[in-house]
Design a protein around this ligand. Structure first.
Ligand code: HAM
Length: 410
């Protein structure tokens, strides 16, 4: 579990602001569910044979004897809220996003934490494949706007439906039975209860053993095949670069048909920045109407890691002064005037000229206002651009506000 320090918090805000802006372009609104739910919700929603339910939940008995769990993911929580508040009765199409912490008791490593944060989106009430394509496009749009598309890979697969998946599971089980001596203990068990999980096992021997396993695409029913094909043409029409990955399965059990993951180069083994897919039965399983949905979640920490040292410029200016009482007083007057106009201002009193400039740069100010004895005597200010290599310029003290305001937003 990490502290998010002030230096990093600016990047978090940038990611959150981009999310709100981009998701609103697709008609999504925000829902803020609590971080804790009854344990039963996740047992029903996520699936018994998943790592999340088997090993990773922070579950405890509260003082009234109820079993509660810190949410390991948001989908089940969002659907619970939709059912509880009858949101689908008010509008047959519901599009919601949430941002916040999730909790999984995992072995921590770079990019994998026990408290981490997700940007989660869920879209309920549309069965057509273009709803899938548009949702994937929204995820891709957010990722590429923050990280640039050159580091991203969107991988897509179809996991079939209640009709065709059992046929595939049967074929997979027969294949796995022939390799069971090479499987880890978990997979030997899961082979019978939930064979798809074996395809997702990270143990090297299991990865090796599933080489040559049948592909689900060969077993899709006609409806699933058509659905998948239309998702792919939709993605191309939305300008999304994707690759089909016939081996892609997800760590949670509720998916049907379309599934996807976005991975990024530069993250090491925990390289998935987002994942999601369609779930046509989940709402019904959780006690809601038989309405399908699709969604995804981004891991914010992984996005922040990829943003690297990119310095965000703050909207404000830094006042550089000379340690002389009448100059400092003039500087204080200027700072008061700027703040009264809603402009962010900082200074570093008593530091050398060089140290002040260094601080302005480090804090991300786009320009400095220099006010020294010369400026006070001539009722001027000197403007130093901190981004572009251009000469300093002099402005009249009385024009300070007029000159500075447009510079903040250029
Ligand atoms: P998930 O694949 O389990 O999906 O998680 C989504 C993303 O959360 C991952 O791609 C990763 O970036 C991040 N993540 C997961 N676990 C950790 C961790 N321990 N530390 C840091 N980051 C992590 C879901 O949670 C689904 N609920 C997504 C979804 C929404 N499907 C439909 N709707």
């Amino acid at each position: 579990m990490n502290d998010i320090l002030p230096d990093e918090a600016a990047k978090w805000r940038l990611v959150e602001d981009a999310t709100r802006t981009i998701f609103s372009l697709y008609g999504f609104s925000e829902l803020r569910p609590p971080v804790m739910e009854r344990t039963e919700l996740f047992l029903r929603g996520i699936g018994d044979d998943t790592d999340v339910v088997e090993k990773q939940m922070y579950t405890f008995i509260d003082k009234s004897g109820d079993s509660v769990t810190l949410r390991p993911e948001a989908t089940a929580c969002v659907l619970r809220a939709v059912i509880e508040h009858g949101l689908l009765n008010k509008d047959p199409i519901v599009k919601l996003y949430s941002i916040g912490p999730m909790f999984r008791y995992e072995r921590p490593q770079k990019g994998r934490y026990r408290q981490f944060h997700q940007i989660n989106a869920e879209r309920l009430g549309e069965d057509g494949p273009l709803a899938d394509a548009e949702t994937l496009a929204m995820a891709y749009n957010l990722a590429s706007s923050i990280l640039g598309s050159d580091v991203l890979l969107m991988e897509v697969n179809s996991l079939g439906c209640k009709q065709c998946r059992p046929v595939f599971q049967g074929a997979l089980q027969r294949f796995l039975a022939s390799r069971q001596d090479n499987l880890c203990g978990d997979c030997k068990r899961r082979m019978n209860t939930n064979p798809l999980r074996v395809l997702d096992c990270k143990v090297p021997a299991c990865k090796e053993a599933v080489q040559g396993a049948p592909f689900i695409e060969e077993h899709l029913c006609e409806d699933c095949r058509t659905h998948y094909a239309t998702v792919l043409t939709g993605l191309s029409a939305f300008g999304v670069h994707y690759e089909k990955n016939p081996r892609l399965v997800r760590g949670l059990d509720y998916y049907t048909r379309t599934t996807f993951e976005i991975t990024a180069t530069g993250l090491g083994s925990q390289n998935a920045i987002a994942g999601g897919g369609r779930y046509d039965d989940l709402l019904n399983i959780l006690g809601g109407p038989a309405v399908g949905g699709i969604g995804f979640a981004f891991g914010i920490e992984r996005m922040i890691m990829l943003m690297g040292e990119r310095q965000e410029r703050v909207k404000g200016c830094f006042v550089v002064t000379q340690a002389e009482p009448r100059v400092e007083q003039a500087a204080l007057g200027l700072m008061t005037e700027l703040r009264a106009a809603g402009i962010r201002v900082e200074a570093a009193f008593g530091k050398s000229f060089k140290a002040q400039m260094r601080r302005a740069d480090k804090a991300g100010y786009p320009f400095c206002i220099i006010i020294g004895a010369t400026e006070v005597d001539s009722s001027t200010l000197t403007v130093k651009d901190m981004i572009n290599d251009v000469p300093q310029r002099t402005i009249k003290r009385q024009d300070a506000l007029e000159e500075i305001k447009p510079m903040l937003f250029s």
